[in-house]
Design a protein around this ligand. Structure first.
Ligand SMILES: Nc1ncnc2c1ncn2[C@@H]1O[C@H](COP(=O)(O)OP(=O)(O)OP(=O)(O)O)[C@@H](O)[C@H]1O
Length: 208
């Protein structure tokens, strides 16, 4: 089976504007796609459509050649989605959050993942007491625990320092090199990459 994500003729209208029309692209194994565009261009809206959280006004999203209406369950098994609000529970500790999202992982794998994002020593304090960047890093530690083939990441680098961005970028490159797929947004340039990143540019649409 063709293990790819397809956006086919997507159309989205918001506030009397076409955010995008007839937008089509494919994300095949080993491909890394960056959705580019200014504030309000529709990047988050597009990512949410790709995950099936919202439906396009026209067109469809396909996973493994099947429309999401028929492949939603399979997609959710194959997908790691980290949105703008990363879904971390702030009353829990970093370790407890990772146990919640990845119950099949071992404690030592969770500790190693937190070490990868610079959170060694912060594993057992409530996330609410961590800084904004540290909280974001709790979510990003999931990149070291997931087995998902498709990563959809909305602004993964927000609030993260230069060293952290380099570590995350390296981890993403590993995933793509191993045949994974990434669709992401970022307002920061992706630096020091030896892999190609394909851009899908949104212009913010036009008034209807
Ligand atoms: N549920 C909604 N109802 C109405 N309008 C919406 C909704 N969600 C998004 N919009 C509008 O759609 C446009 C695109 O929003 P979106 O969040 O997709 O932009 P973005 O490209 O991710 O922006 P940013 O870079 O600022 O995060 C904005 O003008 C926003 O106000």
């Amino acid at each position: 089976m063709e293990n790819k994500l397809e956006a086919v003729g997507l159309y989205c209208e918001r506030d009397d504007r076409h955010l995008f029309r007839d937008l089509s692209f494919v994300v095949a194994p080993g491909e890394w796609v960056q959705i580019a565009g200014g504030n309000g261009a529709g990047k988050t809206t597009l990512l949410r459509m790709l995950t099936g959280i919202i439906r396009p006004d026209r067109g469809e999203v396909r996973w493994q050649t099947q429309p999401l209406s028929r492949s939603r369950e399979r997609l959710h098994t194959d997908l790691l989605w980290i949105g703008h609000q990363p879904g971390i529970k702030t009353s829990l500790t970093a370790l407890q959050n990772l146990a919640f999202f990845h119950p099949d992982s071992t404690v030592s794998q969770r500790l190693a993942a937190l070490g990868q994002v610079g959170l060694a020593g912060f594993e057992e304090v409530p996330v609410v007491t961590l800084s904004a960047g540290q909280q974001r890093n709790v979510a990003m530690a999931r990149l070291w625990l997931t087995c998902a083939a498709l990563w959809i990441l909305d602004e993964p680098f927000t609030a993260i320092d230069v060293v952290g961005v380099a570590r995350l970028t390296h981890r993403m490159a590993q995933h793509v090199t191993a045949g994974g797929r990434i669709v992401m947004t970022t307002h920061q340039p992706l630096l020091d990459l030896t892999l190609p990143v394909r851009m899908v540019s949104l212009t913010g649409g036009e008034q209807k």
